[in-house]
Design a protein around this ligand. Sequence first.
Ligand SMILES: [Zn+2]
Length: 260
Amino acid sequence: MKGRDRGVANYDWVSKFPAATVRHLHCHSSDHRPISLVFNPNNESQRWFRKPFCFEEIWLSDNGCSDMVNCIKSISVSIRASEDLLIWPQTPDGSYTVRSAYRMLAMASHNAQLGTSNLNTSKKLWSGIWKLQVPSKVRHFMWRASGEALPTRSNLRYRHVLVDGTCNLCEDHPEDAMHCLWMYDYVKCIWLSDPTFNFPRAKCFNNFCDLVLFVLSEATSSTAALFAMVAWCIWVRPNKLREGQQVWDVSDTIQRAWDL
Ligand SMILES: [Zn+2]
């Protein structure tokens, strides 16, 4: 299904443009349908006026509303007269932080990809990656790699940017995070050059997320941090090369990760 953009408006805005509506336009070459904001669809802007929500007393005696009324009555209210407060549920002290909002959104998109049954896996992964003693750009990279959110060929194909998601170096495998960062022959040589990373080699992993979870649970925190740094170096090296920047020799990748 094509991605549908949506419009969001607050009550003040809606009361100024009561008949405004959002229409989805057709398009063929993007995975998004553009939206068009129509202020006055049938010249009927004054025909109705949306009332802000308020609770009507009559609902208390209406049987159809009994569930909702009982639910509201069950909320215990403080006996002291105090102002209502806005509470942000994503932090222990209820105050909003950008970091907690970022975390909430990142978790939501990750869970959408993994499916809700894997919520615990996702939480474990998030807290493990967040604890890594590495620069935050590397943590973000690890999070995106684990959720198959890197611009690999496989992912670009999934998003209809490319027709073919096969790795164009070996022309043999789909180029997903697992292939780019762990399985591809030349990448494998990098990992094998340091015996520290022999321990996950005996195991088979379905995807990069499983590999990261394994490393987070089995390795010491310094090995896990080095793992993340090496993966990051493997990921950025080809991009740096493409941009004509100076890069380290492939065989020095692990040393490079140590140095960073
Ligand atoms: Zn390949």
